[in-house]
Structures are given as structure tokens and as C-alpha cells.
Design a protein around this ligand. Structure first.
Ligand SMILES: *Cc1c(COP(=O)(O)O)cnc(C)c1O
Length: 373
């Protein structure tokens, strides 16, 4: 059976080790902030080459905590791409700040300096105060954070949404170290997934990390019942940390396997239909392998795939500037790439445990539909 994403594929290799790690947590009983949490944070910081990692309860919390730490709220604008998962903008609206939607690049599906510049015109027109920008590493490759950063003042928070891209790099530098603050997710379907919800924030700023830890635990100060700011209950479960420590040990192998699967797809698809392009110098975790199809054939392709048992998905069918929850928020005047991508993208099976013959079957099915047209 071909899965879109295999969240238990690793179990054949490390299932026993994960089960032992879980049993270990159950034995020591420190379910909240047990020793595995700190151990995981150190391992993640070393891997990304940053001073501090603050783990948390989800990728969404990893985006929320830095915004809370910076006290972003009413009257503040945060630029967010429209073509992303809803959580990227949800955290902004939740704090009473205004998400200002930027368009993305048609080929990479990422925000660029150009689309950022257009969104900044909207920020000025609306008389808002720019406090942050959230470039999103969609489908697993890092957004051009450096280019985007040059357009904003030093006191504007550049928060990379790396929910899909932890493990990727840009010009040899790992995701986690590319932006001043980076959020990732350990949701099971992400490249590095746990057995439930989880996330982490990466930064070189130790002072900010201390505030993030406080915000994560109810705004705690010097002791447990000292509340110095408004926070949340956003801790990562010890059980999830124990799972992630084991998964991290084979993560590099899985990234190599993902790259191999992506290469099999690229070799077979190049004359058929474009896939979302990698930027020069960037690597991808291939959180999704996304083909771009004429919207007239997309349903036909996904139907033909389903008929032979191959799952597909659309990430994402509605850009955020058209979602009921966000429709009233400002967007750049030209959102045509986000609108076009929402009509054109189709995610095909992608995970490290696919075989070359699985890829042959997916591409063969796609070819048979496109040939009959
Ligand atoms: C998954 C995802 C999130 C949210 O992560 P959760 O762990 O599910 O809260 C945020 N942004 C993007 C781009 C995502 O793909």
C-alpha cells in the first residue's frame, strides 16, 4: 500500500528503542519537564548550531510564544504569506494584531523580498506599525529570510515558520540558524514527527530564550507561583521528548532517503509537469512533493490516483486571504500567485520508506491521465 505520508514507517527500524524510551519515562514518572526535555533541547540546539532551543506543545505554540514574548498585539502588523497552513496567521489574529497577507513566488511557493515589499505598502497604507514578519518554509525548503530581513528595521521580529523544514539548509547553514527566531513542529506528519503534538523555538538570543521559557510556563518568574507576565501552558510532554530523541538518531538517514525519493520523482516528471522548484543553494526536507497541474486536470489526476489506491492531497486549496476567518484582514493588491497555486498544487506520496517502484506507479498513473488529454 502506498501512503501519502508514513508516520510509523520508522518503527521497523527503531520501534523497540522508542518503546523502551517511553517505558523509561513511565518508570521515572516525571511527565512534565522530565530530563528528556532538556536532553532533546540540547540535541536540537547542537544540530541547528544555535545557542538555545525552547521546546513547546506544538508548532503553533512555537509561533505564538515569540509573538507573546515581544508583546505583539492590537495596532501591530505582522506580514504573513497567504499561501500557507492557517496556523501561520492564526497566532497573529489571536493576539489582536493584524496579519497582512503577502503573495508568494509562483515557482517556489515562498515569500520573497518582492512580495514582502508589496505587503509593506499595505502596512503603510493601513497606518499599522510593523512588528514582525513570518516567512514560511513551505513544503520543506527555507524561504529567503536574509533577503526579506533587509527590508525591515532591526527591531522587527523575523520569525521563520520552519514547521515543515527542520532538517533542511540554505547555503550550507541549517534551518534553525537562518533567522533570528525559528519555529518548528513535531506534528506526526512533519519530517521529524513525534507521537502527538510538539514543537520548538530556535534562537541565538539567550535573553529571548529565557522569556520564551517563562511564557511557555504561565509567565513564571523566579519561582512556581511568581507570575511576571501573561503566558500559556505550552510545554512539550516528556514522553514526546523521549520519542524525538530516538527519532533524531535516524533523522539524517531519513533525510537522505527523502532526497532519493524526490530525485526519483524529478527524473520521471521533468518532461511531464513542473514541481515546486528549489531555490539555488537550498535543500529541502521534502515535507511534501508538490506537482503543478492545470486546474482542469487536477481532479481527474487525483481521481485516477484514488482509483488505483494512491492517495493525494491539496496543500492548500484556499489561500488565507480568502478564508472566512481572515477575509477582513488586509492583503497585497496582487495575490495572483497564491490564488493560482491553490488551484494548481497536488501533493503526491512522499516519505522516506517509498520504493522506486512505488514512485514508478505514481508517475505512471499521472502519465496515463495526462496522455489521454
Ligand atoms: C504544521 C504547520 C504549523 C503548525 O504546527 P502544529 O504542530 O500542527 O501546531 C504551522 N505552520 C506550518 C507551515 C505548518 O505546516
Amino acid at each position: 500500500m502506498i501512503l501519502l505520508n508514513d508516520v510509523v514507517g520508522h518503527r521497523a527500524r527503531i520501534g523497540d528503542r522508542i518503546d523502551a524510551a517511553i517505558a523509561g519515562v513511565i518508570r521515572h514518572g516525571r511527565f512534565i519537564m522530565g530530563p528528556e526535555v532538556g536532553e532533546l533541547e540540547s540535541a536540537l540546539a547542537a544540530r541547528a548550531g544555535v545557542a538555545a532551543v525552547v521546546s513547546c506543545a506544538s508548532g503553533t505554540d512555537a509561533l505564538l510564544l515569540p509573538l507573546l514574548a515581544e508583546r505583539i498585539g492590537p495596532g501591530d502588523a505582522v506580514v504573513v504569506p497567504s499561501f500557507t497552513f492557517t496556523a501561520s496567521a492564526e497566532v497573529v489574529a489571536l493576539l489582536g494584531a493584524v496579519p497582512v497577507f503577502a503573495d508568494v513566488d509562483r515557482e517556489t511557493a515562498l515569500m520573497t523580498a518582492d512580495s514582502m515589499a508589496m505587503a509593506l505598502q499595505v502596512v503603510r497604507r493601513e497606518g499599522l506599525r510593523l512588528r514582525a514578519v513570518i516567512p514560511v518554509d513551505l513544503f520543506g525548503q527555507p524561504a529567503p529570510v536574509g533577503d526579506i530581513s533587509t527590508l525591515v528595521a532591526d527591531d522587527v521580529l523575523v520569525l521563520a515558520d520552519a514547521a515543515q523544514s527542520f532538517g533542511a539548509s540554505d547555503c550550507g547553514r541549517p534551518v534553525g540558524s537562518l533567522a533570528p527566531v525559528t519555529a518548528t513542529s513535531f506534528f506526526p506528519a512533519k519530517p521529524l514527527g513525534c507521537y502527538g503534538d510538539g514543537g520548538a523555538v530556535f534562537t541565538d538570543d539567550e535573553d529571548l530564550a529565557a522569556v520564551l521559557r517563562s511564557v511557555r510556563g504561565h509567565g513564571q518568574g523566579a519561582h512556581k507561583y511568581d507570575t511576571v507576565r501573561t503566558g500559556v501552558n505550552g510545554r512539550l510532554d516528556t514522553l514526546q521528548a523521549a520519542v524525538l530523541i530516538e527519532r533524531l538518531a535516524v533523522f539524517d538517514d531519513e533525510l537522505v532517503a527523502r532526497d532519493q525519493v524526490a530525485r526519483w520523482y524529478c527524473e520521471r516528471l521533468f518532461d511531464l509537469t513542473p514541481i515546486v522548484k528549489l531555490r539555488d543553494g537550498a535543500t529541502s526536507t521534502w515535507a511534501q512533493l508538490v506537482v503543478l497541474l492545470d486546474d482542469a486536470v487536477r481532479d481527474e489526476v487525483s481521481g485516477a490516483m484514488a482509483a488505483v489506491g494512491i492517495p493525494t492531497a491539496v496543500h492548500y486549496p484556499v489561500p488565507l486571504h480568502r478564508q472566512p476567518a481572515f477575509r477582513n484582514h488586509p492583503a497585497s493588491t496582487d495575490m495572483s500567485a497564491s490564488d493560482w497555486l491553490a488551484r494548481s498544487v497536488l501533493s503526491v506520496p512522499m516519505h522516506p520508506y517509498l520504493s522506486e517502484s512505488d514512485v514508478d506507479l505514481v508517475v505512471g498513473t499521472l502519465r496515463s491521465v495526462l496522455k489521454t488529454r
